[in-house]
Design a protein around this ligand. Structure first.
Ligand code: MCA
Ligand code: AMP
Length: 485
């Protein structure tokens, strides 16, 4: 396989900007020097964790690991004790790469710590031999319906093929300047948002945190593309009526891309009306990277995620396993995909890996869709009701229920997702208290989940019940858990 980042080796782009975070930036020549030295230092490590704050160091650490051929495990810097403990035990990294002056949690105390100095300018070193295309590039943790998150092992060929397929669909070139504010421990922000521009030889400006004024500033100052989750586009749509500068800035962009969850048609329409630009959607998963997209030169049909990307085979399958034939825009089936963009396995989970694929090698996404007569895919729901998508994050209900049950004030717990105009869905907890006279405060339960798992998994609403509705078998009937409007 050819190198993942050709622009790091040639002279052609040496003085061009590669990465910018706030007021710190690196050109391609600087990035090549600093990552080359770091790669040489970690080359013999089995696997490395990266403390994935939204900083230059995270981007440098991940690129160095890829150059060294060492799998990188990005860690959410807001992960709580249980979540972090599980990920470290499961992935067993040899060391952790971090920005200097960062206080790391005690759970990481045992690991060798390597502080990244982005100002280092060592002489260029010879690159390591390019590893096999099937060698693991990244291990990204993703929630399932039950149990702790699973580590999706993403091979180098998946990173290369998904980014090249997107380059084709989006006419993405070295001249593009991407702006985004996504977290760097998931596929969207890290692979698409950082590795994407670097593979093209273009540049990325990361905002540190999402802010409509900063988006407007960058799009007015030469940025050409914006990546975001629907919550970010919703916040943009809410701000547009009172912010003509934001409308002008978005109007100048070459491409506005949304993904990680469905962007409501209402937000599509509000943005198009105020800016004259249509947001395009692409559809992917941690396990599959990107599967479909509306093309830059195609029809930006709101409510669809476009066509399968080059190299991706996609089919819709009925409950009995029979593939749907013909597209009528009405028949619903589960999306199954096959192609070089797929992960290879869930780390240490052969059972879960086997269950995720059909006997003939198609990955079961769990997403339900229809296809328009011309092949455009419309996602209409998902198979598992115990998966919640909030702010673009996938959250498993079972994982939160287990965390809540560890709180001494909780006797029984059930977790559901309900529609939320800003987050898409919000996490709702239904609790039976140990002592009904003194139920735990909702804020206390939210803090408990935030510190054990992650802040984005915390319940936004807590309902207190005398008992959970159960069927004759004792199983909780989640459908009976509904807020009275
Ligand atoms: C609030 N906070 C708390 C608590 N309450 N912290 C601890 N304990 C509490 N009880 C903190 C939060 O940590 C956060 O801190 C701040 O308060 C506000 O948090 P919140 O309201 O949850 O979120 P937000 O700041 O409003 O964020 C909205 C967001 C975010 C920016 C849209 O949800 C986001 O970045 N989403 C992106 C998700 C994503 O990238 N998904 C990709 C995976 P602080 O202020 O310090 O931040 S999907 C994927 O990769 C696939 C392949 C795909 O298709 O893309
Ligand atoms: P994750 O496992 O966190 O990578 O999230 C993957 C899931 O996000 C998919 O299975 C879909 O349910 C959802 N998703 C990603 N992009 C889109 C989109 N454009 N429209 C609707 N759902 C999406």
């Amino acid at each position: 396989m050819s190198p993942l980042f050709p622009a790091l080796t040639g002279e052609a782009r040496a003085e061009r900007p590669a990465l910018r975070f706030g007021d710190r930036s690196l050109t391609y020549a600087e990035l090549a020097a600093v990552t080359g030295a770091l790669a040489a230092r970690i080359r013999d490590a089995g696997r490395v964790a990266v403390w994935a704050t939204p900083t230059l160091e995270t981007a440098v650490g991940v690129v160095a690991a890829l150059l060294a051929g060492v799998p990188a495990v990005p860690l959410n810097p807001k992960s709580g004790e249980s979540e972090l403990g599980h990920i470290l035990k499961d992935s067993a990294p040899a060391l952790v790469l971090t920005a200097p002056d960062t206080e790391l949690p005690v759970a990481l105390g045992e690991l060798e710590r390597v502080d990244i100095d982005v100002r280092e300018r060592p002489a260029p070193r010879p690159a390591a031999d390019e590893p096999s295309p099937t060698a693991p590039a990244l291990i990204v943790y993703t929630s399932g319906t039950t149990g702790p998150p699973k580590g999706a092992v993403i091979p180098r060929r998946a990173v290369a093929t998904t980014l090249d397929a997107l380059a084709d669909a989006w006419q993405w070139t070295a001249d593009d300047v991407l702006v985004h504010a996504l977290p760097l421990f998931h596929v969207h922000g890290l692979i698409l948002g950082i590795l994407g521009p670097l593979r093209r030889g273009g540049s990325v400006r990361h905002l540190g945190r999402f802010d409509t004024a900063a988006v407007a500033r960058e799009l007015s100052a030469g940025a050409t593309m914006l990546f975001g989750v629907p919550t970010m586009y919703h916040r943009i749509a809410e701000t547009l009526p009172t912010d003509p500068e934001l409308a002008r800035a978005l109007g100048r962009a070459r491409l506005l891309v949304s993904g990680s969850a469905a962007l409501p048609v209402h937000d599509h329409e509000r943005i198009a009306a105020a800016t004259g630009r249509r947001v395009i959607e692409r559809y992917g998963m941690t396990e599959t990277l990107m599967n479909t997209s509306v093309r830059a030169d195609g029809e930006p049909r709101a409510g669809t995620v476009g066509l399968p990307l080059p190299g991706v085979e996609l089919r819709l399958v009925e409950d009995d396993g029979a593939p749907l034939t013909g597209y009528d825009g009405e028949s619903v089936g589960e999306i199954q995909v096959r192609g070089p963009n797929l992960f290879t396995e869930y780390l240490n989970r052969p059972d879960a890996t086997a269950a995720a694929f059909t006997p003939d090698g198609w990955f079961r996404t769990g997403d339900m869709a229809v296809r328009d007569p011309d092949g455009y895919v419309r996602i209409v729901g998902r198979k598992a009701t115990d998966l919640i998508k909030s702010g673009g994050y996938k959250i498993g209900a079972g994982e939160i229920e287990n965390a809540l049950l560890e709180h001494p004030g909780v006797r029984e717990a059930a977790v559901t997702g309900e529609p939320d105009p800003d987050l898409g869905e919000r996490v709702v907890a239904w609790i039976v208290s140990t002592d009904p006279q003194f139920p735990p405060l909702a804020s206390e339960l939210a803090a408990h989940v935030a510190t054990h798992l992650s802040p984005h998994k915390r319940p936004r609403i807590v309902h207190y019940l005398a008992a959970l509705p159960r069927n004759d078998m004792g199983k909780i009937m989640k459908r009976a858990l509904k807020t009275d409007e």
